[in-house]
Each structure stands twice: as structure tokens, then as C-alpha cells.
Write a protein that binds this ligand. Structure first.
Ligand code: AMP
Ligand code: GLY
Length: 425
């Protein structure tokens, strides 16, 4: 079958790499893709939110499945758009419809969903400019630090952890009355701070059945030792040793089952991925957030550990028989080191020529912010490449991915040399 994959980052490179290995995939198209995805299929110059363009392309190219990488088209209703169109409705879209995508698109919606289904999550309340004073009163009761979250999508920037009450009051005021994060902060969720260590758990569901994909740990800060500004993600590791069988059992019973059943009970169709951001607090799982897609750079560490045919699993999601599919997970460790542009996550250098990818010894190089300029590969985005190594043990995977990242050069290149090494202790 012909498959259309939407997106252009490292996550989509890892999807494309995995899909291209399946005998069930005839032609793979990636819209818009990047300089690396062309190795696995054909890049198509279409924006992920150009629904009419995607329609025309899908019909002209006998597309039999659409896999949506990023959240934006899901939150904007691409799946609903397909279902509402006579010519498109028989083409399965992997990714939830607009209502299910609200689990990511609105923090207020997802907190209310968790509360309805008794999913463990930090205590919270939501405020708008109409009840700002109540928000100030609530802040006085939450303890410190306190977490303020813009309700809507804010490109990963809408979460503030405030250390003092004055700071929290000031931020709440700016979010609600000065649109600090635009429309996304017209509602603000004020949430209790959770102590612990974070991990990402991924579930694939057809709306009734589910499979738990390999879990991963993601490193968000720009600096070594988890310091400095937040980024889209500087690296990832899978598996995560503290997510042992006992912990994952708690996650399944307390979080995954109530989430999948809750969606079903409420009549919310959901075919796709649920990314559960968790805090492990003294061995107990608490949900920080849901996302309606896979993580980036977690996908780059998750895909290499899946030994089964990924397209067959996607077909199980589409056809509602995921329970009949096999998911075999490798015991090896995958480590991903992300190479970013100089200056990132602030203003960063662009259009720098990348050299040395061919010197990498035992890693996959998944492209993210890259583009071709003739035969040259240019670094065009903030996150440029994700270097992933799969090895028998964690030390070797971390060491190999880090050493291979250093074999690649472009002006301003930066990567963290400590990704995953904290987990060895
Ligand atoms: P989010 O955009 O919801 O992923 O939040 C960004 C980051 O803020 C998370 O990955 C956590 O590191 C942190 N965070 C969010 N909510 C909390 C919380 N309730 N307690 C502690 N840290 C949090
Ligand atoms: N790595 C976190 C995310 O994809 O949101």
C-alpha cells in the first residue's frame, strides 16, 4: 500500500525509516519531509496543514494510509476532514480526531478528563481573566514551586514553574491579561508541582485495544547536567531502568486502562498514539500531560527497539484489530543525541553546510532541520540531526551515539555529551 507521512522532523525520519522496512509499504511519501527522509521515500512539498493539498495528493497517488507526525494538523482536525469527505473517508488516518486531540490541545480539557477518570495527576484549577482574583487566591494555597500552564498549544513554551508567589502572580497576570502566549493563555491551569523523575510512555490504540510501546526518557534542557533553557528535546534513551515491571504495571492499571476506557465511555473515537508524560514520584506514576502524537526525540529511540512490522501495527490501529497484532520489543538500549544549531533555542545559525555524516560508525542519523541545496546538506532548523545508536547495553549505546554525534560538523554545531549518563548511576 502507499502511505503518506506528514511532518518534517526527527520523529518523522524515524517513522519513515521504520515504515520503509515493511514489505506492506509500496510507496512512502513524506510531506514535507527533510533532506534525510528522501532516503526512505519521496518528499512532497506540502504543508502539514494544507488539507486541500493533501487531499488532492492522496487521491492522485492512491494513498491507503495517512500517518500524522505532529500535533498541529490533528488539533486542526485533519482526521475529521478526511472522514467528512466522500472521496477520502475510506483512507485511514493514524492520529485522533479533533476532540481526542484536545487531550493535548487544551490542558484544561485534559486535566478535566483525568479527573473524571481518576487518573493520578497534580491537583489543579483553571482560571480566565474573569476570575483572576480567584486565581490569585488559589496561588496563595498551592505551595511552592507552583506550575502555570497556558491552556492551548504554545510551541512547548507555555509551562512556567514559579519559585515565588510574586513571580507566580506576575506571570498569571501577564498570561491572562496581556496574552503572554497569545490566545493559548486566555485560560491558565494552575497546578501543584510534582517532585520526581520524568519519563515518556507511549500507547498505540485503535480506540478499544492498545499496545504499550517502549518507554523513553527525554532530555529537555539545552545544557549539560539539565541546565539552561528548555528545548524541543536534546536527546532520549530507551528503555528507562526505573520503569521496571512493577512501575509499568501501575502505569497500565492506573493510567493507560482508565484513559483508553475513558475515551471509549465518553464516545471519543481515538485511533493513534497517546503520549503520556509521567512523573515517577517515589515509585508512583503521576500524569504531567497527554500528547496526541509520538514524542520527538523519543521516537528516534523507540522505533529502533520495535522489531515487529510497524506498518502491520498501524493497520491494526486503522482496522480496529490491534489485539491480533504482534509487538516484539528488543532488549537492547537505544540512545539518541540531538545535534542543534548554534544559538538554539534562541536565535540560531541557519544554512550551514553539514559534513561528516558518512563518518558515523554505528548509529542511525535521523535528519530533523535539514534541507538539500544542490548536493549539500544544510542545517536549516534548530534541531538539526538526531544520532541514534542501538547497542546491547546502555553504556555502549550512550557512548556510541555521543561519539558519533561528534563525527558530524557544521558551523555552530552543539550537542550534549551527557545524554543518558545520569541513568548509569
Ligand atoms: P508540558 O508542556 O506539560 O510538557 O510541561 C513542560 C515541562 O514542565 C514538563 O516536561 C515538566 O518537566 C514540567 N512540568 C509540567 N508540569 C509539572 C508539574 N506539575 N510538576 C513538575 N514539573 C512539571
Ligand atoms: N519530547 C517531548 C515532546 O515531543 O513533546
Amino acid at each position: 500500500m502507499n502511505i503518506l507521512l506528514l511532518g518534517s522532523g526527527g520523529r518523522e525520519s524515524a517513522f519513515a525509516w521504520k515504515i520503509s522496512q515493511s514489505p506492506k509499504c509500496d510507496k512512502l511519501f513524506i510531506a514535507p519531509g527533510n533532506a534525510g527522509t528522501g532516503q526512505y521515500g519521496t518528499n512532497i512539498n506540502l504543508k502539514v496543514t494544507d488539507f486541500e493539498g493533501i487531499k488532492a495528493f492522496a487521491l492522485a497517488n492512491d494513498i491507503k494510509m495517512v500517518l500524522v507526525g505532529p500535533e498541529e494538523p490533528l488539533v486542526k482536525g485533519i482526521h475529521d476532514f478526511f472522514l467528512a469527505d466522500e472521496q477520502l473517508k475510506s483512507i485511514p488516518v493514524i492520529g485522533p480526531q479533533q476532540e481526542g486531540a484536545q487531550l493535548e490541545g487544551s490542558k484544561d480539557y485534559s486535566k478535566a478528563f483525568m479527573q473524571r477518570h481518576n487518573v493520578p495527576t497534580a491537583a489543579s484549577r483553571t482560571f480566565t481573566r474573569d476570575n483572576l482574583q480567584e486565581g490569585f487566591d488559589y496561588l496563595a494555597t498551592t505551595g511552592l514551586p507552583v506550575v502555570l500552564k497556558a491552556d492551548g498549544l504554545a510551541a512547548g513554551k507555555g509551562v512556567l514553574i514559579c519559585l515565588t508567589l510574586e513571580e507566580a502572580r506576575q506571570e498569571l497576570l501577564e498570561m491572562l491579561t496581556e496574552a503572554k502566549f497569545g490566545d493559548a493563555s486566555s485560560k491558565v491551569v494552575i497546578e501543584q508541582f510534582l517532585q520526581g523523575i520524568e519519563l515518556s510512555v507511549f500507547v498505540m490504540t485503535d480506540g478499544t485495544n492498545y499496545k504499550i510501546l517502549p518507554e523513553a526518557k527525554d532530555y529537555k534542557r539545552i545544557g549539560e547536567g539539565d541546565t539552561g533553557l528548555n528545548t524541543g528535546g536534546m536527546g532520549s534513551v530507551s528503555p528507562v531502568h526505573f520503569a521496571d515491571a512493577e512501575f509499568m504495571q501501575k502505569v497500565e492499571q492506573r493510567v493507560i486502562i482508565p484513559t483508553v476506557e475513558g475515551l471509549k465511555k465518553e464516545g471519543i473515537p481515538y485511533k493513534g498514539f497517546i503520549f503520556i508524560g509521567l512523573m515517577n514520584t517515589y515509585g508512583e506514576p503521576w500524569v504531567i500531560e497527554y500528547n496526541c502524537r509520538m514524542g520527538d526525540p523519543e521516537t528516534e529511540s523507540v522505533m529502533p527497539r520495535i522489531e515487529s512490522d510497524f506498518v502491520d501495527l498501524l493497520m491494526g490501529v486503522a482496522e480496529g484489530n490491534l489485539n491480533e497484532k504482534e509487538l516484539i520489543i528488543s532488549n537492547k538500549t537505544a540512545a539518541t543525541v540531538v545535534c542543534v544549531a548554534g544559538g538554539y533555542p534562541g536565535e540560531y545559525l541557519k544554512n550551514k553546510t553539514i559534513i561528516g555524516i558518512e563518518n558515523v560508525r554505528d548509529s542511525h542519523v535521523f535528519h530533523a532541520g535539514t534541507a538539500l541545496d544542490g548536493d549539500n546538506i544544510q542545517a536549516t532548523g534548530g534541531r538539526v540531526l538526531a544520532v541514534t545508536s542501538l547497542q546491547d547495553n546502555m553504556f555502549d549505546a550512550l557512548q556510541q551515539a555521543t561519539a558519533d554525534a561528534a563525527r558530524i560538523y557544521y558551523d555552530g554545531a552543539y550537542f550534549r555529551k551527557d545524554i543518558g549518563f545520569d541513568l548509569l548511576n
